[in-house]
Design a binder for this molecule. Structure first.
Ligand code: PHE
Ligand code: ZN
Length: 877
C-alpha cells in the first residue's frame, strides 16, 4: 500500500453544507478527447451553517482540468483560489453569487466509468455516488439539491440524440454549425442524479396516463441493432408505473420518462431523474437471446429504477451513510412488485435464498457493516448486499410489524413530510412510528448493528393442560468494530402443524390463531400457547419474517412432514433445504474422513411425493429440487472445503437422479409449454421444472436423457431452453460438449449479451486445464477487458470452477490477484468487487486459506486505489 493510507470518514462527523446551490447551469461542448464543461452555479451561504465566513470548498477529481473560474463577472487570478487534493478552495466569497467554472475532461480516456465516459459509439454519464466531481467542480453531496439546466453542444451527424434530465426546452445551431439542445429539470436534485447521453440512438415511444389523467411520454433508447429488444422493458415500465400508483399512491411527476441502454456500465442501472441509464444486460430482452431469469431481472430492475423516482429522488439521502434509506426501501418495493406480478412464494424463496447465501456471507466476513454504516473509506464499496438486501429485509420487518395498512400510512406520511428533502433512516422510521403511534426504538438497532443474529428455539408440550411453550434465545456474533451486541426486536412468524399435516389452531395472548407474529425482544423469552390439542410440529419464521439464522433441532420426519404439509409455502421449501443441508453435511464429513459416501437419502421420499403432486406450482417444485448451492454450503461451513462440498453435492445429486430416474423423465415430458415463448409466470414455471428434471435425468447417466438434451439444444426456439440444454451438456461433459459450445458461440457471436453467457459457461467448465482455458478466454477476440460484463462473466465463471479456482497449487487465486492488480488503476470499482472471494480467506480450510491470504498480501504491496485498499486492508486486519 502507499505511504499515506486513505482515511475513513464518519457518520458522527456530519455537518450541513456551508453553501447551497439554488441553480446549476451546465454547458457541455462534446468532444471524444476534449470536452469542455462550463458551469454556472448560483451559490449562497447556507443559513443553517454556524459560520458566516467559511471558505467555499468544491469537490473535483484528478481527471478534471480547471481552465478558469469567476465570481459573478470577476475572473479569479491564481492567487485567489487554490487546488488541494482535487478540491477547489476559494477563501473569500460574497454571501450570494454566481460561480462560473470552465473545466476540461477526456471522456475517451475515462476507463473508470464514472463521470462522463464513452461506451461504444456514445457518450454517457454515471454520477452516483461521487461521479459528478469528475465532470466539474461542485458541492458533490446529496444534501445539496439544485435545479439543473443543461445545454449539450455536439456534432449532429455523430450525435443526433442528445439527452439530459427533465424536459427539452430549446434546440438550435451554434455559430460553428454544431447542434445544441437545452434541457431543464424543474425538480431540485443532488448532483448524483444528473445524467447526459449523446449518440446515434434509436428509440421506441409509448405513453402512460397517470392516475390524475396526465399523459407521460415514455421513451427507450438503444443503439440501432438492439431496438428490437426493448418491448418487454417498456411493458415492465408501464406496469411499474401503475403498480406504484395502486400500492403506494405515487404518481410520476415529469412529462417525459426516458431509459437508455449502454454496454459498458459498472452496475446494473441508475435512477437519474427522468433519464435512467441501464446496463444493457438489465434492459434488453428477446425470446431467442434472453433466458427467463434475465427476463425477470429486466422487469425487476426497470421497476426498481422507476420506483426510485419517489424513494430516492423526490425524497433523497442526507449523506451516503443513509444509502439504505433509498436502496433498502426500493429493493423492498421492487420485490413486492415482482411478487404481485408472478408467484409471491416463488419470489420470496428466490430472494431469501440469495440473501442467505450472499448477504449472510458478507455479514460474517471482514467487510461486515450495519445497513447504516458508521464509517467508510470509499462509498463505492458500500453498494452492498447488506445495504440493499438486508436493508430490504429491515423494511419488510417494519411492514410485518405494522401490517399492510399501517405501513401504507407510514409511507404516505414519509413522502408527504419529506418531499423535496434529503433525509435520514431515522426520519423514515419516525414517519412509520408517528403514523401508527408505535415505538420502534428497540427495532432501530437493526440499523446500527451488523452481523446475522442466531435465534435458537426449543419447545415443550404439556398434554394435560394442552399447553405448548416455545423458548427462544437470540445472539448476534461479534463483527469487526462491534465486539458486543444488543438484543434486537425480531418478528418471528409461527404456525403449528398437526401430526396429520393440518394447521393446528392455538390461543396466544387470549386470541385464537392459525398463525401469529411473536415479538422476540429479550436475550431469552418464552411464548406460551394454550388450547393446543396435540403435540405440534412448529413452523417457525414463516415467510422468513426476519433475517436471522434459525436453530431448532428438527428430526428428519418433522422436516419431511413440513416439506409436504406446511400451510406456509416458504417453509415447505425451507424444510427441504434443511433436510438436504443435513445430508450434505454428513457426506462432507465422510468425504473428509476418506470413507465411502453413504448411499441412502431421505430426500427420495420427499421428492417423489413432490413430483407426483399435480396441484403444486412447477416453479416451486423446481426450487425444492435444487440442492443447496456450493456457495450456500460454503456460507454454512465452519471451515470451507470447496472440494468436499463439490463431491458431496455431486454424490447426492446422483443418488436422487438414479432413485427417481423414471419420475424425472415423466416430469420432463409433461412440463412442455405450448405456443410461442412468453415470459409469463406459468410458462417460466414449466420451463424451470422441465429443465431441472432434465438435469437430474442426465445425472442418472441415462443415454436417452443425453440425447434428449442434445435434441433440446438443437430444436430450442428460445434461449432458456437452448442455454439450459447447453449447460447440462457442458456440466455433465457429454461427448457433444466441445462441438456445441463452439456452435453456440458461432451462432451468437454478434449478440454481446449471449457472448457473455458463453464466456461464463466456458469459464465455469470443470476440466483438466481449467485455468488455461480461462486465460485463453481473456485472449479471445470477442473478450474486452473494458467491458465490465465480460470481465465479470469470465471471473465469475472462474469462481464457480472449483477445480480451477481452488487449485491446491494456488494458481487460481494468483490469477485472480493478477486481474485485481490490473484493474486497480483502470477501474477501481470493478477491481474492488473482484476481491470478494479472497475476503473469505479466514473461513477456508487451512491450506487454501494460506494461499488466499498470500495473494491478498501481494495485492496489499501495490499502490492501491481507495476502493481496493479498503477491502484488502480490512480483510487482512
Ligand atoms: N443507485 C443504483 C440502483 O440501485 C445503483 C448504482 C449505484 C448504479 C452506483 C451506479 C452507481 O439502482
Ligand atoms: Zn437502487
Amino acid at each position: 500500500m502507499s505511504e499515506q493510507n486513505p482515511s475513513a470518514i464518519y457518520l458522527k462527523d456530519y455537518k450541513v453544507p456551508e453553501f447551497l446551490i439554488d441553480k446549476t447551469e451546465l454547458t457541455f461542448d462534446l468532444d471524444e478527447t476534449q470536452t469542455i464543461v462550463t458551469s454556472r452555479l448560483h451559490l449562497r451561504r447556507n443559513p443553517e451553517s454556524n459560520s458566516a465566513t467559511a471558505p467555499l470548498v468544491l469537490d473535483g477529481g484528478e481527471d478534471v482540468k480547471l481552465i478558469g473560474v469567476a465570481i459573478d463577472t470577476y475572473e479569479l487570478p491564481k492567487e485567489e483560489y487554490s487546488l488541494v487534493n482535487d478540491k477547489l478552495i476559494i477563501t473569500a466569497t460574497p454571501n450570494e453569487f454566481i460561480l462560473t467554472c470552465e473545466t476540461l475532461i477526456e471522456p475517451q480516456n475515462n476507463t473508470k466509468l464514472e463521470g462522463l465516459y464513452r461506451s461504444s459509439s456514445m457518450f454517457c454519464t454515471q454520477c452516483e455516488a461521487e461521479g459528478f466531481r469528475h465532470i466539474t467542480y461542485y458541492l458533490d453531496r446529496p444534501d445539496v439539491m439544485s435545479v439543473f439546466t443543461t445545454t449539450i453542444i455536439g456534432d449532429e451527424s455523430k450525435y443526433p440524440v442528445m439527452l439530459s434530465n427533465g424536459n427539452e426546452i430549446e434546440r438550435g445551431k451554434t455559430e460553428e454549425g454544431k447542434t445544441f439542445v437545452t434541457w431543464n429539470d424543474p425538480f431540485p436534485k443532488p448532483a448524483y442524479l444528473f445524467a447526459l447521453v449523446a449518440g446515434d440512438l434509436n428509440v421506441i415511444n409509448d405513453t402512460f396516463v397517470t392516475m390524475s389523467g396526465r399523459e407521460v411520454a415514455l421513451q427507450i433508447y438503444t443503439e440501432p441493432h438492439n431496438i428490437d429488444k426493448v418491448d418487454f422493458a417498456m411493458d415492465s415500465l408501464k406496469r411499474s408505473m401503475k403498480w406504484d400508483e395502486e400500492v403506494y399512491g405515487r404518481e410520476y411527476d415529469l412529462d417525459i420518462f426516458m431509459i437508455v441502454a449502454v454496454d459498458d456500465f459498472n452496475m446494473g442501472a441508475m435512477e437519474n431523474k427522468g433519464l435512467n441509464i441501464f446496463n444493457s444486460s438489465c434492459l434488453l430482452a428477446s425470446p431467442k437471446t434472453t433466458t427467463d431469469d434475465a427476463y425477470l431481472r429486466v422487469e425487476a430492475v426497470v421497476a426498481h429504477e422507476y420506483f426510485h423516482n419517489w424513494s430516492g429522488n423526490r425524497v433523497t439521502c442526507r449523506d451516503w451513510f443513509q444509502l439504505s434509506l433509498k436502496e433498502g426501501f426500493t429493493v423492498f418495493r421492487d420485490q413486492s412488485f415482482s411478487a404481485d406480478t408472478h408467484s409471491s412464494v416463488v419470489k420470496r424463496v428466490e430472494d431469501v435464498s440469495f440473501l442467505k447465501t450472499a448477504q449472510f456471507a458478507e455479514d460474517a466476513g471482514p467487510m461486515a457493516h450495519p445497513i447504516r454504516p458508521a464509517s467508510f473509506i470509499e462509498i463505492s464499496n458500500f453498494y452492498t448486499l447488506t445495504i440493499y438486501e438486508k436493508g430490504s429485509e429491515v423494511v419488510r420487518m417494519i411492514h410485518t410489524l405494522l401490517g399492510e395498512e399501517g405501513f401504507r400510512k407510514g409511507s404516505d406520511l414519509y413522502f408527504e413530510r419529506h418531499d423535496g428533502q434529503a433525509v435520514t433512516c431515522d426520519d423514515f422510521v419516525a414517519a412509520m412510528e408517528d403514523a401508527n403511534d408505535v415505538d420502534l426504538s428497540q427495532f432501530k438497532r437493526w440499523y446500527s448493528q451488523a452481523g446475522t443474529p442466531r435465534v435458537t428455539v426449543t419447545d415443550e408440550y404439556d398434554e394435560a393442560s394442552k399447553t405448548y411453550r416455545l423458548h427462544m434465545s437470540q445472539m448476534t456474533p461479534p463483527t469487526p468494530g462491534q465486539p458486543t451486541k444488543l438484543s434486537l426486536h425480531i418478528p418471528v412468524k409461527v404456525g403449528l402443524v398437526s401430526a396429520n399435516n393440518e394447521p393446528l389452531s392455538f390461543v396466544y395472548e387470549g386470541n385464537t390463531h392459525d398463525e401469529t407474529v411473536l415479538h422476540l425482544k429479550d436475550a431469552e423469552q418464552t411464548f406460551v400457547f394454550e388450547n393446543v390439542t396435540e403435540q405440534p410440529v412448529p413452523s417457525l419464521l414463516r415467510e422468513f419474517s426476519a433475517p436471522v439464522k434459525l436453530n431448532y433441532d428438527y428430526s428428519t420426519e418433522q422436516l419431511l412432514q413440513l416439506m409436504s404439509g406446511d400451510a406456509d409455502g416458504f417453509n415447505r421449501w425451507s424444510a427441504s433445504q434443511q433436510l438436504a443441508v443435513n445430508e450434505l453435511n454428513q457426506l462432507i464429513v465422510q468425504y473428509q474422513a476418506g470413507q465411502t459416501l453413504s448411499e441412502e437419502t431421505q430426500l427420495l421420499k420427499g421428492f417423489a411425493t413432490l413430483l407426483s403432486d399435480k396441484t403444486l406450482d412447477p416453479a416451486m417444485v423446481a426450487l425444492i429440487l435444487a440442492l443447496p448451492s456450493q456457495a450456500y454450503m460454503s456460507e454454512l461451513a465452519e471451515e470451507i472445503d470447496p472440494h468436499g462440498i463439490k463431491a458431496a453435492r455431486k454424490h447426492l445429486r446422483e443418488l436422487i437422479a438414479k432413485g427417481l430416474e423414471q419420475e424425472f423423465k415423466v416430469a420432463y415430458e409433461t412440463n412442455t409449454t405450448d405456443g410461442p415463448y412468453e415470459a409469463t409466470a406459468e410458462q417460466i414455471a414449466k420451463r424451470s421444472l422441465k429443465n431441472a428434471a432434465l438435469a437430474y435425468w442426465v445425472a442418472a447417466g441415462s443415454d436417452e436423457a443425453a440425447s434428449v438434451a442434445v435434441r433440446q439444444y438443437r430444436n430450442a426456439d428460445n434461449m432458456t431452453d437452448q442455454f439450459a440444454a447447453l449447460s447440462i451438456i457442458v456440466n455433465f461433459d457429454l461427448p457433444e460438449a466441445d462441438e456445441l459450445l463452439n456452435a453456440f458461440y458461432e451462432q451468437w457471436k454478434h449478440e454481446a449479451l449471449v457472448v457473455i453467457k458463453w464466456l461464463m459457461l466456458s469459464a465455469a467448465r470443470e476440466q483438466e486445464n481449467g485455468l488455461a482455458n480461462v486465460k485463453s478466454l481473456m485472449e479471445h477476440p470477442n473478450f474486452d477487458i473494458k467491458n465490465p460484463n465480460k470481465l465479470r462473466a469470465v471471473i465469475g465463471g472462474l469462481g464457480q470452477n472449483t477445480q480451477a479456482f481452488h487449485n491446491l497449487d494456488g494458481s487460481g487465486y494468483a490469477f485472480l490477484a493478477d486481474q485485481i492488480i490490473l484493474m486497480n488503476k483502470r477501474n477501481p470499482q470493478i477491481a474492488s468487487r473482484l476481491c470478494t472471494p479472497l475476503t473469505r480467506w479466514q473461513r477456508m480450510e487451512p491450506e487454501l486459506s494460506g494461499l488466499m491470504k498470500a495473494q491478498l498480501e501481494r495485492i496489499a504491496g501495490e499502490d492501491l486505489s481507495k476502493d481496493v485498499y479498503e477491502v484488502v486492508s480490512k480483510s487482512l486486519a
